[in-house]
Design a protein around this ligand. Structure first.
Ligand code: UD1
Ligand code: PEP
Length: 432
């Protein structure tokens, strides 16, 4: 297993290119199951999770062709053609689903196209139990018969799924995506109330429209879908990653540096930028993206509460905690989305951070300097918070188990090193 070694203390200066959003790509890829024609996705990031989704789709019978890099819209990500001419298998097996929860996003499309699907229950993960009950209840409302046996969701529908009025009792990104995809091929109208408004859901909706779906209310909390008999192929470019953008914005801030994030979508960063500005970070939109400066003002503590979009994203909570740990004064962080998303706290404590967790809230008292240490990455965003802490810390930080990081960040050490960070990947395990 690889490790990352950082000698902290260098202010980052330069340019970082932002890639396509992992969480958008992971819902756009299974959308290919809704048509027998080709869905061509550009600006696709090169990440382990994307490979896992490609492997899952391949075993359903999806043909794939990787067409190198595209310069579309100024982005340089890869182009992947996905063609589900024929679905040869409607089972998503445990071995693939356990690697990545987003695998459950094949359920809606398979059921809508083939009338049946057998998908391994994703199970919990480091950040919480993460049930999929809301996805299943909504599909039942659309006429699906669902049984849970031997760790699998067995879903079937007689004929086509039927349009329904679905009210999600709580905002669910994956639930909204699964039902949105299913509804595009259902009979009649589906209304999804209290729908997630995350930019990745909007990206999916826009791609589905390019494939011939009829969807109103895109970007709002109520999506209205008129089911079609069939969808067709399309070309679509994945939205830039707002979490990668936010992570590198914190990297600039925590090192008291000055970095331009090229390709970033400034308009999607409102809640994160507000919090960063409250901390004293200077942010401006540029012609190519966004410039972030942590070298202008003192960095001070602030209060943060995670919420569904357009609120502050849970996927940025760990990174902001690293910044708060180095700020002047105290910060109160409240996590409202996942019940166990403070796995980074014990590791930050090893680096000299002062954090107390009380239920869903954490009090962070800023310290003058963090100190480098050996730490363990426990999940994706916890890993990035440890990288950020390491960039700011005095001395050497070694981050173990970086495979979590490779799920969601492309060439992280290269991007940071190009801005002056002293960071390297050490191949293999120390015990090996
Ligand atoms: C691949 C992907 O896009 N992952 C993102 C997606 O995850 P994901 O789609 O899994 O997250 P959800 O929005 O569904 O989860 C929000 C909350 O609802 C709960 N819930 C959800 C579904 C359900 O059927 N029952 C239920 O109780 C979850 O346990 C959680 O507490 O949105 C999260 C919230 O923005 C992000 O942190 C993840 O990075
Ligand atoms: C939690 C995340 O991903 P996933 O939903 O795939 O676990 C994330 O991207 O931060």
């Amino acid at each position: 297993m690889d490790r990352i070694r950082i000698i902290g203390g260098t202010p980052l200066k330069g340019i970082i290119a932002i890639g396509g959003a992992k969480n958008a790509a992971l819902t756009l890829m299974p959308a290919c199951l809704l048509t027998d024609q080709t869905l061509s996705l550009s600006n696709l990031p090169h990440l382990v999770d994307i490979t896992t989704m490609a492997n899952l789709l391949a075993q359903h019978g999806v043909g794939m062709a990787l067409n190198g890099a595209s310069a579309q819209g100024g982005h340089t990500g890869r182009v992947l053609d996905l063609t589900a001419a024929e679905i040869v298998n409607t089972t998503a097996p445990y071995d693939l689903v356990r690697k990545m929860r987003a695998s459950v996003l094949v359920l809606g499309p398979l059921l809508a196209r083939c009338g049946q699907a057998k998908v391994s229950l994703p199970g919990g993960c480091a950040i919480g139990t993460r049930p999929v009950d809301l996805h299943l209840k909504a599909l039942e409302q659309m006429g699906a018969v669902i049984e849970l046996t031997e760790g699998y969701i067995h879903a079937k529908v007689d004929g086509r799924l039927k349009g329904a009025h679905i009210i999600f009792p709580q905002v669910t990104v994956g639930g909204t995506e699964n039902i949105l995809m299913a509804a595009t091929l259902a009979e009649g109208e589906t209304v999804i109330a209290n729908a997630a408004r995350e930019p990745e859901v909007t990206d999916l909706a826009q791609c589905l429209v390019a494939m011939g779906a009829k969807i109103e209310g895109i970007g709002t909390g109520t999506l209205r879908v008129q089911g079609q008999d069939r969808l067709h192929g399309a070309e679509y470019s994945v939205v830039p990653d707002r979490i990668e953008t936010g992570t590198y914005a914190v990297a600039a801030a925590i090192t008291r540096g000055d970095v331009e994030l090229v390709g970033a979508r400034y308009d999607l960063m409102e809640s994160v930028n507000k919090v960063l500005r409250d901390c004293g970070v200077v942010i401006e939109e540029t012609a190519r993206g966004m410039r972030v400066r942590g070298d202008v003002h003192d960095i001070v503590g602030t209060d943060i509460m995670t919420e569904p979009y357009p609120g502050f994203p849970t996927d940025m909570q760990a990174q902001l905690m690293a910044l708060a740990a180095t700020a002047n004064g105290a910060s109160m962080i409240t996590e409202t989305i996942f019940e166990n998303r403070y796995m980074h706290v014990p590791e930050l404590l090893r680096m000299g951070a002062r954090v107390n967790v009380h239920g869903s809230s954490a009090i962070v008292r800023g310290v003058k300097a963090l100190s480098g240490a050996q730490v363990m990455a426990t999940d994706l965003r916890a890993s990035s918070s440890l990288i950020l802490a390491g960039l700011a810390a005095q001395g050497e930080t070694i981050i173990n188990r970086v495979y979590h990081l490779d799920r969601g960040y492309e060439r992280v050490e290269e991007k940071l090193a190009a801005c002056g960070a002293n960071i390297e990947r050490i191949k293999g395990d120390p015990a090996e």
